[in-house]
Design a protein around this ligand. Structure first.
Ligand code: CP3
Length: 345
């Protein structure tokens, strides 16, 4: 079967003269239309669970820019909430959750089979999007990787060095591993349900993979990604998977082969030429313009964008940022990036 959608062609390993493009956090606070819909919803979590409004904000950057992919509007912390953690967002600070530091906290979590009760509105958003997206736009579902999700569940918030999670790993390894196993199992069911609702690709965000060194990277970043991938490929063999072991550095090498994912997303600490040589040889890569260019723009944005496109032009590539776009970004710079990527077209 020949793929028509540019994103799916890249994920199948096809080199294209103009790489397809989307952007992490493309629906977000830098867009006035997002801020308006979020105000209508009341708060961020209400927006995530309101299928109509979540569909609307997912479509906004597609309408404005014509990206090649739409990413479901939701959050990686909905899985902890579905497992029974309390979750709220403090304006200007970020997420807060009830913490998991002892066996009794873990024992209060819900069974994996019960997560859909909370997450059904998300599957409904996927169904609405599958109906409403233009036929050339690919729908990407996602979840957080077990390690990254665990860092928030253990600490109850974002932490710069993930120290509480590392401490639990050392001090109570069985509890830490039981938590990781629960999140892994929930993630498989969550992503499977997104696929059944119409997601054509899924992405696993391991934003804090970079703080796992040596053997812990193999055990807690690589192994869970492999387990999730194997389970999904068994149920949905034709659905491509993007992995994002952010800040993995040299551990990016061989990550796709070792886990079975179809594409690795590169953060912007990775040199694109180095990536072409060491990572793209295994298949599709995604990335990796620094998000700050969406704030600063200008000639530097154009030069950097061209360099990345050029460096990765000999193999399958999906153009993206190295991390999410920030709220202080200028929407015009996003257009400049897209025009630069597509200038040869
Ligand atoms: O990429 C997309 O547009 C899809 C939607 C998406 C969101 N969060 C929406 C969001 C995705 C894929 C995520 C992933 C996510 N969420 C990650 C992994 C990727 C990464 O950025 O490293 C993490 C660690 C989270 C947890 C999270 N959600 C934090 C730490 C915060 C607060 C920080 C912030 O930017 O304010 C969020 C909130 C959040 N998730 C927003 C959005 C658009 C901002 C909420 C708002 O509107 O106020």
């Amino acid at each position: 079967m020949t793929q028509q959608k540019t994103i799916l062609r890249a994920l199948a390993g096809e080199r294209q003269d103009v790489p397809p493009i989307w952007m992490m956090r493309q629906a977000g606070r830098y867009l006035p239309e997002y801020r308006a819909t979020r105000a209508q919803a009341g708060d961020f979590l209400s927006l995530c669970y309101n299928s109509e409004l979540a569909t609307e904000v997912t479509l906004q950057p597609i309408r404005r820019y014509g990206f090649d992919a739409a990413i479901l509007f939701a959050d990686i912390l909905l899985v902890p909430q579905a497992l029974g953690a309390d979750l709220w967002f403090v304006t200007g600070e970020g997420p807060r959750l009830s913490t998991i530091t002892a066996q009794r906290d873990f024992d209060q979590l819900r069974d994996v089979a019960d997560i859909h009760e909370t997450l059904n509105p998300i599957y409904n958003t996927v169904r609405l999007l599958a109906n409403e997206l233009p036929s050339d736009v690919t729908l990407i579902g996602f979840a957080g990787a077990p390690w990254t999700v665990a860092t928030y569940m253990i600490a109850g918030r974002g932490t710069p060095d993930q120290e509480p999670a590392h401490a639990l790993m050392q001090e109570n390894t069985p509890l830490f591993e039981a938590l990781l196993a629960r999140i892994t199992a929930a993630t498989i069911e969550y992503l499977s349900a997104q696929i059944e609702a119409g997601a054509e690709v899924v992405k696993i965000f391991d934003s804090w993979a970079g703080s796992l060194k040596g053997e812990t990277f193999e055990k807690y970043a690589l192994a869970p990604a492999r387990e999730i991938t194997a389970a999904l490929k068994l149920r949905h063999p034709h659905i491509p998977i993007i992995g994002f072991p952010r800040e993995a550095g040299e551990k990016y090498i061989g990550f796709a082969r070792a886990t079975g994912i179809d594409c690795v997303a590169l953060d912007n600490s990775v040199d694109a030429k180095w990536a072409a040589e060491h990572i793209q040889v295994d298949g599709c890569v995604q990335g990796n313009l620094a998000s700050r260019h969406m704030v600063t723009g200008g000639e530097e944005l154009v030069t950097e964008t061209r360099q990345i496109v050029q460096a990765l032009s000999n193999g399958p590539h999906i153009f993206n940022l190295g991390h999410g776009i920030t709220p202080d970004a200028n929407p015009d710079n996003v257009q400049l990036m897209i025009d630069t990527v597509r200038e040869g077209a």
